[in-house]
Design a protein around this ligand. Structure first.
Ligand code: ATP
Ligand code: MG
Length: 259
């Protein structure tokens, strides 16, 4: 059974078919790249999977179980986490606190626990902090846990987003343009990080415009254009696909770095 199976997924905004009858599967342990020109529907697809907008029609199955109609927190609790194209950190919180917030969907203590703070809750929070520190080390932000999130350079903010998403213990991680705004060195380090994420047993579906990066890291690519899936296959096959070349012509070169 695939980890994620999207069947005939469509979403219209008024008259605009942002995604149109998309079929997409992701197997456990894969790194799958989702590419396509600006406005192709990539982020909208992530928004449907993570419960931010309900699809107009179609089905989203995760480990064979329907995610369709679930709220974002319910999707996260099932093990699907994401990062955002427009970084969404709590700028006035510390780096560590941002990661701890990402782990809260896994905490057992409810509101009462948070107010009265019995021993068990304090212990759970300590566990959360320890885990957050480990994740910060993992993404390369050690020693930065006490900075305000807004003090981090852009590339580090993208890494912090990844740590926050990982704090929810996902099995599937959706990354929306993680290399956007990164220089070539940062992008290379990010590729290494994504390989390490997979080694931890987390499956990755990533949207990316930097072709060198996404072609270099993905086992398989899925290409959208105007809401429609126009190609799918190995990076080599996709790069040579006339439909893909046609979709990018006149919009942006396939090597372009846009965001
Ligand atoms: N909330 C919304 N209301 C109306 N139209 C929307 C909304 N969100 C997205 N769209 C439209 O849906 C289409 C797909 O947008 P989407 O953001 O999914 O594209 P994308 O592939 O992520 O593009 P980019 O590479 O620029 O991030 C675009 O035409 C966009 O303007
Ligand atoms: Mg997008």
């Amino acid at each position: 059974m695939p980890l994620l199976e999207i069947r005939k997924l469509s979403l219209s905004f008024g008259g605009l078919r942002a995604i149109d009858m998309i079929d997409l599967t992701v197997e456990a342990d894969e790194i799958v790249g989702l590419i396509g020109p600006n406005g192709a529907g990539k982020t909208t697809l992530f928004n449907c999977v993570t419960g931010i907008v309900p699809p107009t029609s179609g089905e989203i199955l995760y480990r064979g179980e329907s995610l369709t109609g679930l709220r974002p927190d319910q999707v996260a609790a099932k093990g699907v986490s994401r990062t955002f194209q427009n970084i969404r950190l709590f700028r006035e919180m510390t780096v560590l606190e941002n990661v701890m917030v990402g782990g809260h969907c896994r905490m057992r203590a409810g509101v009462a626990g948070a107010i009265f703070r019995p021993k068990a809750v304090i212990k759970e929070e300590e566990g959360l902090a320890a885990k957050a520190l480990e994740l910060l080390r993992f993404v390369g932000l050690e020693q930065k846990e006490d900075l305000w999130a807004r003090q981090l350079p852009y590339g580090d903010q993208r890494r912090l987003e990844i740590a926050r998403a990982m704090a929810g213990d996902p099995s599937l991680l959706l990354l929306d343009e993680p290399a956007c705004g990164m220089n070539p060195q940062e992008t290379n380090a990010l590729m290494e990080l994504i390989h390490l994420i997979r080694k931890r047993g987390i499956t990755v579906l990533l949207i990316e415009h930097q072709m060198k990066m996404v072609m270099g890291i993905s086992d398989r690519l899925v290409v959208l254009d105007h809401g429609i899936k126009i190609a799918e296959g190995t990076p080599e096959a996709v790069r040579a696909d006339p439909a893909v070349i046609g979709a990018y012509l006149g919009k942006e070169s396939i090597g372009a770095q846009t965001g």
